[in-house]
Write a protein that binds this ligand. Structure first.
Ligand SMILES: Cc1cc2nc3c(=O)[nH]c(=O)nc-3n(C[C@H](O)[C@H](O)[C@H](O)COP(=O)(O)OP(=O)(O)OC[C@H]3O[C@@H](n4cnc5c(N)ncnc54)[C@H](O)[C@@H]3O)c2cc1C
Length: 504
């Protein structure tokens, strides 16, 4: 057993942990960080790295409505007040950023290829990103710099912007000489008469006790890697998409044991993805032609495919039908199928290489994935229905109706824009199964506008702070680019406020 003593102890070394450590250090405190893995970065490192900055305080109203009125307004107001100045804050701690498109409305994502992007629909906002070193950027033609999408960047230098955000934050922590203890898993908060005084952790199988004279900041990320928590809090089964099994909700358990109350444990950000048995992470699908539909397990369309939002596409798929229990159709939309024809099959890969599965290169003509049995195939729609378990009659009617809507120039069922529709009529026919795929969880120990963790009695638990995905302020519907913004804002406040506590 060994002891370590510091002023502010930060638990978890992802983006929020790094910012909390920097903020506490810059406010004059002695700081140490515990990280359970052998290197830091967490989801921050894996992410796309887009950071949204709103144009003004009204963004708080927008977030309030996305939370269905569940989030305390003062917490959102505080978030937005600091969010507006985030670019300047990054500069002040040593992180260089650049703009990603001039206005949030112009920012596009590649998926769904025909649909609306999922970035905030508010006026006057901007999206920023953190760049790599000049050496990395040499691989990118200068004329592409400002306009480059995430996909193009992955193509040119093999990565998105998340890792660069992480590398810059890490460099800022190192420049300040803040010690980081790797392979050190925090297990429990140490309490004395209701006050948090430190953390009990395990390092290389040995117990370690860390005393925090001013406060503890929890930044352990989400719970996407905990099967038990997912089953308990979420309404449908999820695969991973870019998340990882290290997100086991450790911080949630620690805070709960210390008396914290939780908020919005059912709020998540998730897409739909293709899960191959050989890979842990789901692949992100893309429709590369207008000749496609999404159908349920019976073969019925259920949505205007082109307006599904990137970060909330799982929602319609999660429909539960208790009547279906007896025939194994309780989730009639898990999986849903992207149905397409030979023209689209030949055109381009129907999945981009997702970074978590980056060792796998999806074949250009999709033939390898057909051979592997990932993409189901049928010479006719009847055969395709047989191969997938859909009802042949229903699937045939669905496709016949869709093809008619294409000819008539109006989607009578879901109002899909005719410019995004082409008949699915040249066999063979194909179907890619898609299931809910989790990116991040938002629920966790509630915190107030000062990032103080709230106990069951509604009062802050003395000297305990939380930030980041462990305790997100996104209370129901996720918006792109807000994850990093809120992690940074509340990590900053947590670090600064913990540093202000009188030492014990
Ligand atoms: C694929 C993907 C793309 C994304 N794209 C974007 C985007 O473009 N824009 C955006 O705003 N957001 C995006 N996000 C969300 C964003 O990445 C997260 O909101 C943010 O990175 C969370 O940071 P964090 O520090 O809270 O958690 P993390 O970065 O996950 O860090 C948590 C750390 O805590 C450690 N830890 C856990 N338990 C313990 C323990 N018991 N003891 C010690 N250490 C522990 C973990 O190992 C990890 O290192 C994306 C997420 C994913 C997965």
């Amino acid at each position: 057993m060994s002891w370590h003593e510091t002023d502010v102890l930060v638990v978890g070394y992802g983006g929020a942990g790094a910012v909390a450590a920097i903020a506490a250090h810059d406010a004059g405190a002695k700081v140490a960080v515990l990280e359970k893995l052998e290197s830091g970065g967490g989801a921050t490192r894996l992410s796309s790295g887009g950071i949204f900055i709103p144009g003004g305080p009204e963004f708080a109203d927008y977030l309030y409505s996305l939370s269905l009125g569940r989030m305390p307004k003062d917490v959102l107001d505080t978030f937005v007040r600091y969010n507006v100045d985030l670019e300047e804050y990054f500069a002040s701690i040593g992180v260089a950023v650049s703009h990603w498109g001039g206005n949030s409305q112009e920012v596009s994502v590649s998926y769904p290829p025909l649909g609306a992007p999922s970035w905030p629909k508010v006026h006057g906002g901007k999206l920023i990103r953190v760049h790599a070193t000049a050496a990395d950027e040499e691989a990118i033609p200068p004329e592409m710099w400002e306009k480059m999408t995430n996909n193009e960047r992955v193509f040119h230098i093999g990565r998105t912007y998340g890792i660069d955000l992480w590398l810059q934050l890490k460099a800022c922590v190192e420049a300040r000489g803040i010690p980081v203890f790797y392979n050190t898993r925090a297990m429990e908060l140490i309490m004395e008469k209701g006050v948090v005084t430190g953390v009990a952790a395990v390092k290389d199988g040995q117990e370690v006790f860390c005393k925090a004279k001013r406060g503890v900041v929890m930044t352990t990320g989400g719970f996407a890697g905990s099967v038990r928590m997912k089953e308990t809090y979420l309404t449908c089964p999820f695969e991973y998409l870019g998340t990882n099994d290290y997100c086991t909700g450790d911080g949630h358990f620690m805070c709960q044991k210390a008396g914290a109350r939780n908020w919005h444990m059912n709020a998540v950000c998730g897409q739909v993805g293709f899960k191959a048995p050989e890979f842990e992470q789901a692949f992100q699908p893309r429709a590369v032609s207008e000749a496609f539909v999404w159908v349920d397990r019976a073969g019925r369309r259920y949505t205007n495919e082109t307006v599904e939002k990137l970060h909330n596409a799982w929602r319609k798929v999660s429909l539960f039908d208790p009547e279906g229990l007896t025939e194994d159709r309780a989730w009639p939309r898990i999986p849903v199928y992207m149905v397409f024809d030979e023209t689209m099959r030949r055109k381009a890969p129907i999945s981009r290489d997702w970074r978590a599965n980056k060792d796998y290169s999806w074949s250009l003509d999709n033939m390898e994935e057909i051979k592997r049995g990932w993409i189901k195939q049928g010479e006719t729609l009847e055969e395709l229905a047989k191969a997938t378990g859909m009802e042949p009659k229903i699937l045939k009617t669905t496709i016949a109706d869709f093809n008619r809507y294409c000819r008539e120039g109006a989607d009578a069922e879901f109002g899909r824009d005719p410019k995004t529709m082409k008949p699915i009529d040249s066999g063979p026919f194909y179907a890619l199964p898609l299931v809910p795929a989790l990116i991040s969880t938002q629920g966790g120990p509630e915190h107030d506008k000062d990032a103080r963790v709230i106990g069951r009695d509604g009062q802050p638990i003395p000297r305990l702070y939380a930030a980041g995905e462990l305790s997100s302020v996104i209370g129901w519907l996720y918006e792109a680019g807000v994850g990093h913004a809120e992690s940074t804002v509340f990590a900053r406040l947590a670090g600064e406020n913990a540093a202000k506590e009188a030492p014990r």
